[in-house]
Design a protein around this ligand. Sequence first.
Ligand SMILES: [Zn+2]
Length: 171
Amino acid sequence: MNEPHNCAPENAAKFADWIQNRGGVAVWRSLNMANPGASWSGPALKEDGTPSGKPTWQAEEKPSRIITSLREVAVTSGRAVKTFRITLQNGDGMSITLTPGSSRTLRKHLDDVGESAWYEFGGFDGRDCTIFVPDAIVSLDQYLCLSCLKSPHVAGHDGLCAACWTDKAIG
Ligand SMILES: [Zn+2]
């Protein structure tokens, strides 16, 4: 059994579509030494049925893995544990980076929360930094509606989403 491939809730329907209609989810690893841990996911086949090319110049020529089962995808939803303001500065070229002080603050918060933590920037100006921890992890086949495979199912609705549940109830 392969390690489950992690997927954010907002990508769940897209991954299910690729597995059902586009030959699977292809995962490309990075060959860019400056970005070693990165990976990219995409449909294994293009609309016309030929193999997809690599998604970015940074990726290896061929996918390292093609996922063809919903069970091999783990949908990980996050729970926000803390939010704080960060300060940005101009970095090299066009990039914008955290100030050294904000970097230290972020690093400290991540260390406090533990190694499973991740962060996202948001808020009206993109300067609210929120730290998340994994909340629930379920495989894709358990996460999505059994009928349409497009929306998350609702607890207590026989594995169906609200729309399919309503359709069934009305008959
Ligand atoms: Zn449904």
